[in-house]
Design a protein. Structure first.
Ligand SMILES: Nc1nc2c(ncn2[C@@H]2O[C@H](COP(=O)(O)OP(=O)(O)OP(=O)(O)O)[C@@H](O)[C@H]2O)c(=O)[nH]1
Length: 395
């Protein structure tokens, strides 16, 4: 139901400048949409859309409130003091000015701040000139909500609110303005102050609660996103994107490290035949079990295991000597054999892997791409020379 309405708002936002108005739209609906979009200056996709819309609505309400005050005081009751009338007119002018400024493209933050400060001054002025009738006295109650919306900043909104209620109540209780010296006024002031403070405390408590919830949820979603971006969902291993980052980082600091940096690239032999024989879900299960077996062989903190795609895996690891790196490759092949997974075809009884081992030499700058391709060429030779083995990569 909402979607067509949104489309209309956007269409109108675009059409306000160039196209003739659509005759089928009622005048009121055109005025309304025009107001929400600041005369086509903002669309729903704009990040400021919500604040601009709120500001426009609040200022429209302010025009009605200040206008009503003005008419009541000037025409109906005929008792408005000069100070009171000045505040009404100024309030009206600021509200109109804010809407015009937004339509002219003035930044929403600037308009928010100016109207916020003006509201503070006007409310203080109302307390001082003694216009603290019941309607005026309710304004501090809605003030915190306005402050939060206008400023888009809880701390400044709250500080402003506290400052304002304190200033108004000092003005009231000191009997600073005319008509403020009777006990009824003081009682009204104290009541307003108490209610305003309770309201602010409730708003703040709600805000803190929701903000905490939102932050927790945000952290969870962000953790999930980074997990998805860096890991393979089937095996839980790091993915190809992370592989490039990790290898790049290791290559960049390799020369400052006496140890041997090694990259082992391997894949399952005749995996297509395995899938065809046992089915794809069983193939997935084999990939998961293989990932666990690899993790058990390369289990030191600095060893990083990746699923690079399909049935292709890689390990970036450090050893003290080249011989130790070779021993690790031997161990991996033995661990896969020990899984005892029956091979459906080929000369071997159990599923095997083939691998290429690249040892990164010191004193040479190298790219991850180079390392990968050298290991891949060795893997290819291992495949063509009978599988179930690993070979060194040439440099
Ligand atoms: N079950 C499963 N199979 C996959 C997945 N990703 C790739 N494969 C399969 O892995 C197989 C790889 O086949 P090939 O590239 O021909 O390699 P191979 O059959 O292992 O042959 P060699 O590597 O030469 O020993 C294809 O049949 C793919 O469908 C996966 O996530 N799950």
């Amino acid at each position: 139901m909402r979607k067509p309405e949104r489309v209309m708002v956007e269409q109108h936002a675009c059409s306000t400048r160039d196209d003739p108005p659509n005759a089928s739209q009622s005048v009121m609906s055109r005025v309304w949409r025009n107001l929400l979009t600041s005369g086509g200056r903002t669309s729903e996709r704009s990040p400021d859309y919500l604040r601009i819309t709120l500001l426009n609505l609040i200022q429209s309400a302010a025009i009605i409130v200040w206008g009503t005050f003005l008419v009541l005081n000037l025409v109906v009751m005929r008792e408005g003091s000069l100070g009171r009338l000045t505040i009404d007119v100024a309030g009206l002018a600021v509200a109109v000015g804010a809407i015009v400024a937004l339509r002219r493209g003035v930044s929403v933050s600037l308009v928010s701040r100016i109207t916020h400060v003006c509201l503070f001054v006007f409310l203080l002025g109302l307390a001082i000139v003694g216009a603290n009738n019941p309607l005026t006295m309710t304004l501090p109650l809605i003030y915190p909500a306005l402050a939060f919306l206008l400023l888009d900043d809880i701390r400044r909104g709250l500080a402003g609110t506290l400052l304002m209620t304190a200033a108004i109540n000092i003005a009231l209780s000191s009997g600073f303005g005319p008509g403020l010296r009777d006990s009824g006024t003081l009682l009204d002031g104290a009541l307003t102050f108490t209610l305003a403070m309770c309201f602010q405390a409730a708003v703040l408590a709600l805000y803190v609660h929701h903000r905490k919830q939102a932050m927790t949820r945000l952290r969870e979603v962000s953790d999930q996103l980074s997990e998805l971006a860096s890991h393979d969902p089937l095996t839980g291993l790091y993915n190809r994107r992370t592989f490039v980052d990790v290898l790049e980082r290791e290559l960049s600091r390799h020369d400052r490290d006496d140890r041997q940096l090694a990259f082992l690239l391997f894949d399952i032999d005749r995996f297509k035949a395995y899938n065809d024989h046992y089915g794809h879900p069983q193939g997935d299960e084999l990939l998961r079990r293989l990932a666990i077996a690899v993790g058990q062989v390369f289990s030191r903190g600095e060893d990083t295991v990746f699923r690079l795609g399909g049935e292709e895996f890689g390990v970036v690891f450090h050893t003290e000597t080249p011989e130790q790196a070779a021993a690790m490759a031997d161990q991996l092949l033995a661990a896969v054999e020990a899984m005892g997974e029956p091979a459906p075809v080929g000369p071997h009884a159990t599923v095997s892997i083939s691998a290429g081992l690249y040892l990164v030499g010191h004193g040479r700058s190298m790219t991850p791409n180079h390392v990968y391709h050298q290991a891949d060429a060795a893997l290819y030779r291992a495949k063509t020379s009978g599988r179930a083995r690993w070979l060194y990569a040439n440099d």
